[in-house]
Design a protein around this ligand. Sequence first.
Ligand SMILES: [Zn+2]
Length: 177
Amino acid sequence: MRTCAGCRVKEENEDFIRYVEFEGKPLPDVARKLPGRGFNVCPDFECIKTFVKRYFKGKVSPEDVFQYTLESLKSYFLHLLSLSHKTGVTVVGQDNIRPLGDREGTLILASDLSEKTKERLIKPSYLVVDNIFTSEEIGNALRKERMAGAVFVENAGIGRKLLKAGKKLVMLVNSRK
Ligand SMILES: [Zn+2]
């Protein structure tokens, strides 16, 4: 168990975003691999704000930390999507996703997909990562020339890591809505 450097809540390691101090600023360590003293922070703007004011006052603005944390979490998520696709735990395209049974996994929906289409694909057992990526960004991660509007990733193998990163990403985005 670790403690949030913002709100002080105790959670499992992997539920936090880890930061290390680099050149006087908090650097997000999204893969949790960098050496050095680490800070654990909830994926929440309020916690980032408190954390930055407490440890990095006057050195960087909470808004900047939020923005670059979001960017870094987004690229990490796309990287995991790429790896998931290579290891065969992805189902690509609406027609292939619709017949899937109720199972655990991550459903990634592009921001340019229609609401009607999205409704038809969502199931209660899915973590839904919606409106965060364009179909071009998703397509690029899959190394396809065409764009991809919808991808399902099984909660297996690298897909487990993706699900955890996806939860943090969704929480972080929602904390600013
Ligand atoms: Zn917190």
